[in-house]
Design a protein around this ligand. Structure first.
Ligand code: SIN
Ligand code: FE2
Length: 218
C-alpha cells in the first residue's frame, strides 16, 4: 500500500522495499520463505517464557499477549513500562534471542539504511481476533538512534502510522504475513498502533497474528 504525496524516493536503499517516509521502509513478504523457521524459533522462546497478558500502569489488561527474548525484555505492570533482564514470572533471564531472528532483523535494518544493527530485545506479540494495540511511541529504550524492526506473521492487520503527537491523524497500512517494517532516524518516535484484528484463518497460524519487534534497548 502506498502513501500519496510522498516527497521522497519510493524505494529503500537496496531497492527491495517501499519507503514510507524518510526513516521508514516496508518490505512486503520478505519473510515468507523463513516463516516456519521463525515460528519454530518462537516456540523455543515460549516454552521458557510463555505468552501472557500484561497489565498497564492504569490497570488495564492488554488484549495482546506478549513474551520476550534477548538480553532485555519489555514489560509493564502497575509500576510502569520498562525493560528487565529477567522474566518477572519465572525470575529467570529472558530466553536468548535466536540467531535466526537477530540475523534477519539485522539484514532488514541494513537494507533500510541502518547498518550494524544489533538488537538486544525482541518483544513478541500475539494477537487473536479483536486484540488491538492503542497508539503509542516506543520510547522505553535508552538511545533512539537505533531503529525498531518489526516482523508480521499470520493474519493481516491494519497498522496505524501516526505523527509525533498522539492527536495526529494516523495513516493506515496493511501488514501481512511475511512483511517487515523498519522505522528509525527521523521516524523513530512516531506514534503507531494496531486496529482490532479481524476474524480470519491463516494457513500457517490459524486465528492468530504474531508480531516481533526488535529494539536496541540498553
Ligand atoms: C508494537 O508496536 O509493539 C507492535 C506493532 C505491531 O504489532 O505491528
Ligand atoms: Fe510499538
Amino acid at each position: 500500500m502506498s502513501f500519496s504525496g510522498q516527497l521522497f524516493d519510493n524505494a529503500s536503499p537496496d531497492g527491495s522495499g517501499e519507503r514510507l517516509s524518510e526513516g521508514a521502509v516496508l518490505f512486503h513478504g520478505r519473510l515468507s520463505e523463513q516463516a516456519e523457521a521463525i515460528l519454530e524459533a518462537i516456540r523455543t522462546v515460549e516454552r521458557e517464557a510463555p505468552f501472557r497478558h500484561l497489565v498497564t500502569p492504569g490497570g488495564h489488561r492488554m488484549s495482546v499477549a506478549m513474551t520476550s527474548c534477548g538480553e532485555l525484555g519489555w514489560m509493564t505492570d502497575r509500576k510502569g513500562y520498562r525493560y528487565t533482564a529477567s522474566d518477572p514470572d519465572s525470575e529467570r533471564p529472558w530466553p536468548p534471542m535466536p540467531t535466526l531472528l537477530s540475523d534477519l532483523a539485522g539484514s532488514a535494518a541494513e537494507d533500510a539504511g541502518f547498518p550494524e544493527y544489533r538488537p538486544d530485545a525482541c518483544l513478541i506479540n500475539r494477537y487473536r481476533p479483536g486484540a488491538k494495540l492503542s497508539l503509542h511511541q516506543d520510547k522505553d529504550e535508552q538511545d533512539y538512534s537505533h531503529p525498531v524492526v518489526s516482523f508480521s506473521l499470520g493474519l493481516p492487520a491494519t497498522f496505524l502510522w501516526g505523527g509525533f503527537r498522539r492527536a495526529d491523524k494516523p495513516k493506515r497500512l496493511l501488514l501481512e504475513h511475511g512483511d517487515v517494517l523498519v522505522w528509525g532516524g527521523p521516524d523513530r518516535l512516531r506514534y503507531h498502533g494496531i486496529l482490532p484484528l479481524p476474524e480470519g484463518e491463516h494457513p500457517l497460524l490459524g486465528e492468530r497474528r504474531i508480531n516481533l519487534t526488535f529494539r536496541k534497548a540498553g
